[in-house]
Ligand binder design. Structure first.
Ligand code: BGC
Length: 514
C-alpha cells in the first residue's frame, strides 16, 4: 500500500505519508495480545464458578445451595463471596491503571506493557496454588493489576503507532484479542469441566499462556514515536517513525508530534490539568462511554453466560456450549468492526449497535416474562430463543460498544492529558465492570426478567447521547483533535476557550488549524 493523502476535510488537508509495514503489523499484533489476558479472564470466571469442584473447595455454601435447595432458578448463585471472586480483579485494575498511567508517561508504553504481563503471571501462579479463598483473592488482585496496566498501555500504544487512516482498525486488534481470550476460555471451561477432576486449576492456570506470549513478544516491539519524542529522544522517535511508516517522508507527522510534545511538556501535573475546563468534553465522553458500555449489560452475559444459561434451565455442559457459541459470535463481530470502523466511522457503528442491542435485550426479557415460572426450566423453544437473542445482542455489542469504548478515549485527548485522561476512562470501565459483576446476580434474583428491560432502557439512553453529543473522529490525526474536532463541535466548543492554557500552548494548537 502506498502513501496516503486525506482530502475532503473542509478546512485543511492532512498530508502524512505512510505504508502499512510488516514491522507496524508485528508491533500491533504483539501488543494487542494484552487483550488476551483480559478476555481470558472475563471468559474463565463464569465457567469456573459453575464447576462443582471449585465451588466445593472455595464456596461450599453455594455448592450446597446449588445441589440441595429447591429454590428458584434466578437465585441459586446469588452469593456475595462468589461475586467478590469475579469482581476483586476489577477493583485492583481500577486502582492500578492510575499507576500505569504515571508509568506510561514517565517510562513509556512498552515497559508498562511488559510489567503488566509479569503481574498477571504471578497472579496466575497464586490462583493455581490457592488453598483457600484468601490466596485465591490475592491471586485475583495481582491479575487485576496486570489487567489495569495492560488496558491502560495497549490501546494507547496501538493508537499512537497507527497511521491515522487505519487507527480504528489497528486499535480494534485489542478488542479482537479480548474476544479471542473469552472464546478460548469458554472452550477450556467446557473441556475442563467435562473431563478433569480439578478442572478449575487447569482453567485458571492456562491464563499464564497469554501473559507469557505478551512478555516474550514485548521484547520485539518498539516504543511509540510519541513516547520517545516526549522523553526527549526525538532522533530515535524520527527513526522509529520512518521504520513503522516504511518511508523517509515523515517530516509532517514528526513535526506535529514534536509540537504536541512541546505543548505537553508545558503541563507539569497532567492529573490536575484533566480537571480544567478544556479537558471536560474528553473526560465526560471518555468516562461516559465506559459507563454506557457496561450498562449495555454485556457482562451479565459474558461473566455469567454459563451460570445464566444454567439458571434458565440448561444442563451444565449445554450451558457451556451455548457460551462457546456466543463467544464465537463475539469474535466475528469484532472482526466486522475492525474492517468497518475507518470506513463507516465511529458514530454509525455505535448507533446501529444500540438499536440491535435494545431490541435483543428487550426480547430476552419478553421470553422470560412469557415463561413466568421461576423454578421450572424453560421449554426448548424459549431456551433457544434466549440463546439466539443473546447472540444477536453480543454481535451488536461486538462491532460497536465493545471496541469503540476502548478506541475513542485513546484518540480524543491531546498529548498533554492523554495518559491521565485515558487512565480515568480505563478506571471508569473497571469501576462499572466491578459494579455489574458485584450486583448482577443479586439483580437477577430480585428483578428477574426485569433486569433485561433495565439494560434496554440504558441502551436507549446511550443511543440518544451518541446521536447528540459524540463527535466523529474517523480519519483525524490524534494531534489535530483539539483544532478539528473539539473547537468545531456545536456543543463542546464552548469548553475550549477556558483561558487556562498558556499563550504558548494556544499558539501551538492554533498552528494545527492551518
Ligand atoms: C468490555 C468487557 C466485555 C468484553 C466482551 C470489552 O470491551 O470492556 O467488559 O466483557 O468487551 O467482549
Amino acid at each position: 500500500m502506498g502513501g496516503f493523502v486525506i482530502t475532503g476535510v473542509p478546512d485543511r488537508q492532512t498530508k502524512f505519508e505512510g505504508k502499512i509495514t510488516f514491522y507496524l503489523v508485528i508491533c500491533a499484533v504483539i501488543a494487542a495480545t494484552g487483550g488476551l489476558m483480559f478476555g481470558y479472564d472475563i471468559g474463565i470466571s463464569g465457567g469456573v464458578t459453575s464447576m462443582d469442584s471449585f465451588l466445593l473447595k472455595f464456596f461450599p455454601s453455594v455448592y450446597y445451595k446449588k445441589k440441595h435447595a429447591k429454590e428458584d432458578n434466578y437465585c441459586k448463585y446469588d452469593d456475595h463471596k462468589l461475586q467478590l471472586f469475579t469482581s476483586s480483579l476489577y477493583l485492583a485494575a481500577l486502582v492500578s491503571c492510575f499507576f500505569a498511567s504515571a508509568m506510561c508517561r514517565r517510562f513509556g508504553r512498552k515497559l508498562t506493557i511488559q510489567i503488566s504481563s509479569v503481574f498477571f503471571f504471578i497472579g496466575v501462579i497464586l490462583n493455581v496454588r490457592a488453598n483457600d479463598l484468601h490466596m485465591l483473592i490475592a491471586g485475583r488482585i495481582l491479575l487485576g493489576i496486570g489487567v489495569g496496566f495492560a488496558n491502560q498501555a495497549v490501546p494507547l500504544f496501538l493508537s499512537e503507532i497507527a497511521p491515522f487512516h487505519i487507527r480504528g482498525g489497528l486499535n480494534i486488534l485489542f478488542q479482537l484479542n479480548i474476544t479471542i481470550g473469552i472464546l478460548v476460555a469458554n472452550v477450556v471451561n467446557y473441556y475442563a469441566s467435562k473431563s478433569l477432576l480439578y478442572g478449575w486449576k487447569f482453567s485458571l492456570g492456562l491464563a499464564g499462556v497469554p501473559a507469557l506470549i505478551l512478555c516474550i513478544g514485548s521484547f520485539l516491539i518498539t516504543e511509540t514515536p510519541t513516547s520517545l519524542i516526549q522523553h526527549g529522544r526525538s532522533a530515535d522517535g524520527l527513526e522509529v517513525l520512518k521504520k513503522i511508516r516504511g518511508t523517509h517522508n515523515v517530516e509532517a507527522e514528526f513535526q506535529e508530534i514534536l509540537q504536541a510534545s512541546e505543548a505537553a511538556s508545558l503541563v507539569e501535573r497532567p492529573f490536575m490539568s484533566i480537571f480544567r475546563r478544556s479537558s471536560f468534553p474528553q473526560l465526560v465522553i471518555g468516562s461516559l462511554l465506559q459507563f454506557f458500555q457496561q450498562f449495555t449489560g454485556i457482562n451479565a452475559i459474558m461473566f455469567y453466560a454459563p451460570v445464566l444459561f444454567e439458571a434458565i434451565g440448561f444442563k451444565s455442559h449445554a450451558s457451556l456450549l451455548s457460551a462457546v457459541a456466543i463467544g464465537t459470535v463475539n469474535l466475528i463481530g469484532s472482526v466486522v468492526s475492525l474492517l468497518a470502523v475507518d470506513k463507516v466511522g465511529r458514530k454509525l457503528l455505535l448507533l446501529e449497535g444500540c438499536l440491535q442491542m435494545f431490541l435483543s435485550m428487550a426480547a430476552i426479557g419478553a421470553v422470560l416474562v412469557a415463561n413466568g415460572q421461576q423454578n421450572q426450566p424453560l421449554d426448548n423453544d424459549s431456551a433457544m430463543g434466549v440463546v439466539m437473542f443473546a447472540a444477536l445482542f453480543v454481535s451488536g455489542f461486538a462491532w460497536s460498544w465493545g471496541p469503540l469504548a476502548w478506541l475513542i478515549p485513546s484518540e480524543i485527548f491531546p498529548l498533554e492529558t492523554r495518559t491521565a485522561g485515558y487512565a480515568v476512562a480505563v478506571s471508569s470501565n473497571m469501576l462499572f465492570t466491578f459494579v455489574i459483576a458485584q450486583i448482577y446476580l443479586s439483580m437477577l434474583c430480585r428483578m428477574r426478567a426485569g433486569v433485561f428491560f433495565f439494560f434496554s432502557m440504558w441502551i436507549a439512553i446511550m443511543g440518544i447521547f451518541v446521536a447528540v453529543f459524540l463527535p466523529e473522529t474517523k480519519n483525524i490525526p490524534m494531534d489535530e483533535m483539539v483544532a478539528r474536532v473539539w473547537k468545531k463541535h456545536w456543543y463542546w466548543k464552548r469548553y475550549m476557550d477556558d483561558g487556562t492554557r498558556s499563550l504558548k500552548m494556544e499558539a501551538l494548537y492554533d498552528a494545527y488549524s492551518y
